[in-house]
Design a protein around this ligand. Sequence first.
Ligand SMILES: NC(=O)c1ccc[n+]([C@@H]2O[C@H](COP(=O)([O-])OP(=O)(O)OC[C@H]3O[C@@H](n4cnc5c(N)ncnc54)[C@H](O)[C@@H]3O)[C@@H](O)[C@H]2O)c1
Ligand SMILES: O=P(O)(O)OC[C@H](O)CO
Length: 312
Amino acid sequence: MISILGAGAFGTALAVALAAKGPVTLWGRRIDWQGENPRLPGVALPDAITVTDDLNAALKAGTILLALPAQKLGAFLDDHAARLDGKCQVSTAKGIDLQRLTGPSTLIARACPRATVAVLTGPSFAADIARGLPTALTLACAEASAAEALQQRLSAPVLRLYRTTDVQGAELGGALKNVVAIAAGTVIGAGLGDSARAAIITRGFAEMTRLAAHLGARPETLTGLSGLGDLTLTCTSDQSRNFRFGAALGAGRPFDTATTVEGAATARALVRLAARDGLDLPIAAMVARLAEGEVSVEKAMDHLLRRPLKEE
Ligand SMILES: NC(=O)c1ccc[n+]([C@@H]2O[C@H](COP(=O)([O-])OP(=O)(O)OC[C@H]3O[C@@H](n4cnc5c(N)ncnc54)[C@H](O)[C@@H]3O)[C@@H](O)[C@H]2O)c1
Ligand SMILES: O=P(O)(O)OC[C@H](O)CO
């Protein structure tokens, strides 16, 4: 049995895709809707999905997908660690915890030392998955045999999973691309043009790979679906909330604060990580200051453009 914890857009979309293979339980802390999740409008839920706010019922499953926002995951795991430990837990969150400066897999491993820890990530909009459009993702688990079993269990007719044992690389790609997507959105929102966006994507990718290598990720993971693949999607599509948040910043427009924008808190986490480890992450630093309203778009761009000239 599979349970998905977190009945937001992504948890619901995964439930729809996996319901093609068998029963799925979708848990949310407050289910105040019926039939159609307002976070995923226009999507009817198949009968194979049981929607519940009963966590005990959801935790009867052996495989648990965690579809909570990255900044909420640590506290959730702390609260429910005793019941979650020993289970196979697959995180779909794309962010770095601001307080603990780690990704979801480390949060799970620390809270639940006996759990099998995996990450499901890669270029995928919830709405695309729920509409049955083809999507390819990365399933990462350090134990090769568990990775293979999960790849089989979580692949679905239009959900094609590739596997890796590089958990760190896979989850860093997903977290860091959100920061670059805010920067790319800012460039477009400010009317700086597609050439500038290509520059920020490329230099952002250089920053991603530098940091990922420092934290022990394999370079080839960053060039795969979970890194370059997701970076490309998120920096070029209006469907992305991170991109739209950046576009609003660039254009000086307000943005709905209830929207999940993982890159904003992750940029702040990266600033702290950079200070801790003596790293230079200029794009993340710029995004953190922009998102906090500490610097104008003009000043931020000027600061990036005036950095000392160097080899590529
Ligand atoms: N939406 C996408 O297209 C997409 C795609 C891939 C990955 N993701 C990732 O999935 C994660 C979730 O994103 P989403 O799009 O589903 O967000 P969302 O804003 O649609 O939903 C988040 C859900 O988490 C719930 N939640 C928040 N705090 C909680 C807590 N403490 N306990 C229980 N539930 C809690 C909210 O009630 C909400 O239902 C993010 O890390 C995101 O980056 C999203
Ligand atoms: O809407 P975003 O910016 O959170 O992006 C959603 C997914 O991460 C895209 O792969």
